[in-house]
Design a protein around this ligand. Structure first.
Ligand SMILES: [Zn+2]
Length: 560
């Protein structure tokens, strides 16, 4: 606190206030690296030379950040980053959930908007129940701009929240795309990406050059592990060019698109677009602070496709570092006062076979959990004639076609939970009703939360499954995805999926490192304080980024 006499004195000197205001950043750059586990961050830390090197050497580094909830999927994870709330508060409790109709609801499905070229798949923020940092900034100063770009719709939409100025994500067929609110003009909304998409399409048709691996030391990882005899598909080799039909642009080839997704190219395209938008919108050039949210998806696609302990992830780390370095140089060139936060939506686990080679009890289990449970129920003395459950996003939903009384449901649920808890692939199964009653102990460090508390941070009475399951650690679904393209995954309540790096970097300000855990819900209030923007109640807390006597959490204290 400033002594009263000094405060009076400072108040009489206008330059003192002006100097303070001048230090506030005019641009917040929030970067999510999809599936960037703290384990991978630690493992490659000494190898970073460019963007990540700058952030680590000069930033405020929390190597033990937490997406502290149980449902460690992309949509819930991104929903915590700039809302300051756990998924229970954002409503985004999984990538998809069952209801209100018979088909699973995608977390960013939004029938109130349209997506050009995708009439069957409207995507927007309708399911997000919390406000974001960008919304708080706009409430404080309507001149603030909020822009988001990502390889994935669910990342860009959850980071930008409601009513952003621009939001773009990568669509395999259409290039970068967006959603159009009612009454808005689609061409106008897509105008900022038109030139970028055209350049990409031309490059594709000319047959994209194959990039070179950046880090020769990655070769040492080349001989480990086998999955179906083909764990080591070398991602530097694109699918056979000859697969493309002569009369068809190469970019329409399915194998090619998949290869592009699980390669560093997706990040390159996303950062190129971010740079283009930075210049186009002149971000950070006015006194009203702007927000540029970026989610880089390649690390996630590569982790799923090749696992995260092989040469592909090693090389991706080199590409990510180099690309971020080039992007920061572009930011430097603008001369605006920017602040960067970098984190992840969740961690990840390597391919089970390679994990097992290293002595961990990793296993694959049949993804058809519902089949196993429904068969058990049919054979039990409950005499169920039809299937009772459907499995979606780590939980079992009572099928709505079931005409059951509350008592019958309770009996079936109890029996199913008992059955699950006896299975070798289950650590604990919980009825939703039990998790909804959990009181999370205030102030408990995220690495010391109980399993029940982790689930309680990502549960919703309406959207969550009726039975929530914590599978045994190191368990991977088989297959991970419907068409068998992926071999590794995330989504569990275990720390390899929950622990992520959180790095704040304010160029020109000294940093520090703190190993004590913080949470991704702390990011939004921390950034809001830096730009002196009030916010509604959140689950996280402001982290003081000043290692000395100053305190970046001290603001003017205006109520929201
Ligand atoms: Zn993700």
């Amino acid at each position: 606190m400033i002594p009263k006499t000094l405060a009076v004195l400072l108040g009489s000197l206008p330059f003192a206030l002006t100097a303070g205001a001048a230090e506030k950043p005019t641009l917040i750059v929030a970067i999510s690296v999809d599936q960037f586990s703290a384990g991978i961050f630690d493992q490659y830390r000494d190898h970073y030379k460019a963007g990540l090197r700058r952030m680590i050497d000069a930033g405020v580094v929390f190597p033990n950040g937490y997406q502290s909830h149980a449902a460690t999927e992309t949509c819930p994870g991104h929903s915590t980053l700039l809302t300051g709330k756990h998924p229970t508060g954002t409503g985004i409790i999984a990538n998809e959930w069952l209801g209100p109709g018979p088909k699973p609801t995608y977390c960013v499905s939004d029938p109130s908007v349209t997506v050009p070229g995708r009439p069957e798949a409207p995507r927007g923020p309708a399911n997000l129940r919390a406000s974001t940092l960008g919304e708080w900034m706009k409430a404080r100063n309507p001149a603030s701009r909020v822009i988001a770009v990502s390889g994935k719709d669910r990342a860009a939409i959850n980071m930008s929240g409601h009513g952003p100025d621009a939001v773009f994500w990568w669509d395999d067929e259409l290039g970068f795309n967006t959603y159009v609110p009612p009454g808005a003009d689609a061409n106008q909304r897509l105008e900022p990406v038109a030139a970028v998409n055209e350049t990409i399409a031309k490059r594709w048709d000319k047959k994209l050059p194959v990039w070179k691996p950046l880090d020769a030391s990655c070769k040492r990882l080349d001989s480990e592990g086998i999955y179906g005899g083909s764990l080591h598909v070398n991602h530097h080799v694109p699918p056979d060019w000859r697969l493309a039909k002569a009369d068809q642009p190469y970019r329409s080839d399915k194998a090619f698109k998949r290869w592009v997704r699980a390669s560093p190219i997706v990040d390159e395209l996303t950062l190129d677009l971010a740079t283009s938008l930075l210049n186009r919108f002149q971000l950070g050039r006015s006194s009203a602070p702007d927000l540029l949210a970026i989610s880089l998806s390649a690390t996630d696609y590569i982790g799923h496709r090749y696992g995260n302990e092989g040469p592909e992830m090693c090389d991706q780390m080199a590409h990510l570092d180099q690309r971020l370095g080039a992007f920061f140089e572009k930011l430097d060139a603008t001369k605006v006062r920017y602040v960067v936060v970098l984190t992840a939506d969740h961690g990840g686990l390597d391919a089970a076979e390679r994990v097992r080679l290293k002595g961990f009890p990793a296993q694959r289990m049949d993804k058809d959990v519902a089949k196993e449970v429904n068969e058990y129920l049919r054979g039990s003395d409950l005499h169920l004639g039809t299937d009772a459950f459907e499995y979606v996003s780590y939980g079992l939903y009572f099928l709505r076609s079931q005409n059951l009384t509350a008592d019958q449901r309770q009996t079936i649920s109890d029996s199913t939970v008992r059955f699950l808890n006896q299975q070798p692939w289950v650590t604990r199964a919980f009825p939703k009703a039990e998790i909804l009653k959990v009181k999370i102990r205030p102030g408990v460090p995220p690495d010391e939360m109980t399993l029940e508390e982790r689930f309680a941070e990502s549960v919703d009475a309406e959207r969550s499954a009726d039975i929530l399951i914590a599978f045994k650690p190191y368990t991977t679904m088989d297959p991970v995805d419907a068409d068998g393209f992926y071999i590794a995954e995330h989504g569990t309540p275990w720390n390899y999926d929950r622990r992520v790096p959180i790095v704040f970097w304010r160029p020109g300000h000294p940093g520090y490192e703190q190993y004590l855990p913080i949470e991704t819900v702390d990011i939004a209030p921390t950034l809001a304080a830096l730009v002196d923007v009030p916010h509604p109640p959140v689950d996280g807390r402001c982290i003081d980024l000043d290692s000395s006597a100053g305190n970046t959490c001290e603001t003017t204290g205006n109520a929201f």
